[in-house]
Design a protein around this ligand. Structure first.
Ligand SMILES: [Zn+2]
Length: 353
């Protein structure tokens, strides 16, 4: 079952579990002290067709408002990562808390999310991948989506092999998206990965860097955001590689250079970090130790989980709750109550490694 289908299943069963009040039974043991939320993009719904499995990390402004109200109604405090550290240092958590974080550095964090968060005085963090504002990133996932939406058949040659994908219908397009995504993510640490992009996208997208210029924050915009006391700018590596696959030196460079580049371009100190992808296959002990040795105060994974007192000694691997198109209403309750993390982690409470 792919992740889109898993999300659909969770969305289907969550209201029934909520009606049975099951999440509330988990709350005292598994709800924890609070939560760190992961967002990516905030995009108004458009009329144009989409590849659904690609769209899950985009939520609407209304969804962001509902998420804020969910926590406001329950009386949560909204913390920045610095405040979270202070609370841990003082062992003082008077009320439950939530920390809002955005990964990668998309421009809609400024144009769509910021006005809403500002209106409610919600502190938030943007973890910037520096190749986004440096405009050297290839946002191949958007190029791929546009390619599949436009074509009925996609064919390319790579490393002596011919690849062919039918994409006449929406299900075929979804399937082709998953298959080509797997192909690209297997190849993007190759020295000649730009040649690979050219082989896949050919004449369809001659300027591979056009999407990043359109969709990602510029350095001027990051500076503008970072100068607001509500906003924390964190690091998210230089190239968004799966860190576990890198040699030790390259790992150090990816993390340390992203901190230094952001500090140099914004004049702001960078104390917080998020691991690209962030699952166990992409970040583990070696990566956590590297981040700790570089002096970051906190670092966030994408392991699903709530925050517990035990995280005081594990601030370099804080689990998060991903807010995607499905994490709304009953599903958000399933996550924050700890019921879903408990089931996923087989009863383990404080998720770290
Ligand atoms: Zn990311």
């Amino acid at each position: 079952m792919n992740s889109f289908l898993q999300k659909k299943v969770v969305k289907t069963v969550a209201p029934a579990l909520s009606a049975l009040r099951l999440p509330r039974l988990f709350e005292p043991l598994y709800g924890g002290l609070g939560h760190v939320l992961t967002f990516h993009r905030v995009v108004p719904d458009q009329e144009k067709p989409r590849i659904h499995n690609h769209q899950t990390l985009e939520i609407t402004p209304e969804h962001l408002e509902r998420t804020i109200r969910f926590f406001q109604k329950k009386g949560y405090a909204f913390y920045s990562p610095d405040e979270l550290c202070e609370r841990f240092a003082a062992c003082s958590f008077k009320e439950k808390f939530v920390v809002f974080t955005f990964d990668d550095g998309y421009r809609d964090n400024l144009t769509a999310a910021y006005p809403i968060l500002k209106k409610h005085s919600i502190p938030f963090t943007i973890y910037v991948t520096t190749c986004f504002p440096d405009r050297t990133a290839v946002l191949w996932w958007y190029i791929l989506e546009n390619l599949l939406l436009e074509k009925d058949q996609v064919e390319f040659q790579w490393a002596g092999k011919h690849y062919s994908f039918a994409c006449h219908t929406q299900p075929e397009k979804e399937k082709a998206f998953d298959a080509i995504r797997r192909f690209i993510t297997r190849s993007f640490l190759l020295e000649n990965h730009v040649d690979m992009y050219r082989a896949v996208f050919g004449d369809f997208q001659p300027d591979l860097h056009a999407p990043v210029a359109e969709l990602a924050l510029s350095w001027a915009e990051i500076r503008e955001l970072g100068n607001d006391p509500l906003v924390t700018i964190g690091a998210h590596t230089v190239n968004h590689f799966p860190l576990k696959q890198l040699e030790k030196e390259a790992l150090h460079t990816e993390i340390f250079d992203s901190k230094k580049i952001i500090e140099a371009r914004t004049g702001l100190p960078v104390w917080h970090f998020a691991y690209p992808f962030g699952k166990a296959a992409e970040a583990s002990w070696r990566e956590f130790e590297t981040v700790r040795s570089l002096g970051f105060k906190t670092a966030a994974t994408t392991r699903m989980g709530n925050i517990f007192a035990a995280h005081r000694n594990n601030l370099e691997c804080l689990p998060r709750i991903s807010i995607n198109r499905v994490t709304d209403g009953a599903v958000l309750e399933l996550q924050t109550s700890g019921m879903l993390p408990c089931l996923v982690h087989k009863g383990r409470r404080a998720v770290t490694h």
